[in-house]
Write a new protein. Structure first.
Length: 367
């Protein structure tokens, strides 16, 4: 647990970056600091590992006042990930990851062994071990940065906009992998971002900060979307709060319909027979995983990947109402595809069926 009590950072000339901050980052949870430029979120993060010293107040990690600890020892016990990875350009991927264990006096063989294990855990292939940072993509560099922060198994991790320098597709992949890792490891994480959607996706609690380093609102993502404390927070959250809030409402037992399908490679005749006059037909692979939709009447040969319509998303059967509704709205057939935990087709659901369940949720307009 990280506890801030009356923490202030003021600079000569009267500028206050952080003003009287009091909050707690719970053990094993992700606390996201978010806000406009100049609100003190990065300053707050860096005061935890004393890269910036607070002017007043106390910061405690598991009851220990960080001001009483040796700064270098403190930092070696805290994982730290920054934008663009912050890797050493003259060290290989393996040696970058092994940096902190080596500083702690580990045998080189042990440090490199742990580094190799972490490469696999964060999705890096073994052949990348001997490459240098400039030989990696942006996403690969960020994975190395995360692995390096985890190398000494620190209980606390600080992450300063770690995914902001990569393209949106890679960013989403990194976010998903980060959440998977956190589910396994249960670190105490303080995460800085300027992106409210990233904060809502990743945070167990979200701290919205104002310019001057004060807290506008501290809440769970669901509560933040449902009940912004004032106009500043509401404006910062932006539009579509109700729709985004559906991501935190678990889908109940939706009325799943059996969906006719054909397997990739099916003949035109079979596809038209199975569709039975319907405009759209769902296509699955040999493992029964949905791969897209086709219009049987437009087929001129076997069903191949080149003729698939891939606009529709798929939703886990026990996922959120948002995922189920999005699947229904994005499918060209307007039938949302639901899958099990192995990605196999379960059936489909209509948007109106999802909306019926939304209205039954607490706070809905059920008459």
């Amino acid at each position: 647990m990280i506890t801030f009590t009356g923490v202030t950072k003021a600079y000569p000339g009267g500028t206050t970056a952080v003003g009287g901050l009091t909050m707690t980052a719970p053990t094993g949870r992700i606390t996201v600091l978010v806000g406009p430029s100049g609100c003190g979120k990065t300053t707050t993060l860096r005061m935890i590992n004393r890269m910036i010293e607070p002017t007043s107040g106390t910061i405690e990690i598991d009851g220990r006042d960080t001001a009483t600890l040796d700064a270098n020892e403190l930092r070696r016990g805290i994982g730290y990930v920054i934008q663009s990875g912050g890797l050493f350009p003259h060290r290989t991927v393996l040696d970058n990851i092994a940096t902190v264990p080596l500083l702690l006096g580990w045998e080189r063989s042990r440090a490199r062994g742990v580094a190799s294990e972490l490469m696999e855990r964060v999705g890096l292939t073994p052949e990348l071990a001997r490459r240098y940072p400039n030989q990696l993509s942006g996403g690969q560099q960020q994975r190395v940065g995360v692995a390096r922060a985890l190398a000494a198994d620190p209980p606390v991790m600080l992450m300063d906009e770690p995914f902001s320098a990569v393209d949106p597709v890679v960013r989403e992949q990194l976010q998903d992998e980060f959440l998977r890792l956190q589910a396994e490891l249960g670190k105490t994480i303080v995460f800085v971002t300027h992106d409210i959607d990233e904060a809502i996706k990743l945070g167990d609690q979200v701290v919205v900060m104002r310019v001057g380093g004060t807290i506008a609102q501290l809440a769970s993502p669901a509560d933040l979307l449902a009940d912004p404390t004032d106009d500043f927070v509401a404006d910062f959250l932006g539009r579509d709060r109700g729709y985004r809030g559906l991501a935190f409402q678990a889908a109940p037992a939706l009325p799943v319909s059996v969906e006719p399908t054909v397997v990739l490679g099916a003949s035109v005749e079979l596809a038209r027979r199975v569709a039975a006059g319907a405009q759209w037909l769902l296509v699955v692979d040999e493992a029964q995983a949905p791969v897209g939709w086709v219009e049987p009447d437009r087929l001129v040969g076997p069903v191949g990947r080149d003729v698939l319509h891939r606009g529709g998303t798929v939703a886990p059967l026990n996922g959120s109402l948002r995922a189920a509704l999005d699947a229904a709205l994005s499918a060209p057939s307007r039938r949302g595809v639901l899958v099990d935990t192995d990605g196999r087709l379960v059936g489909t659901v209509l948007a109106r069926e999802v909306l019926t369940e939304i209205e039954r949720e607490p706070g809905g307009d059920q008459a």
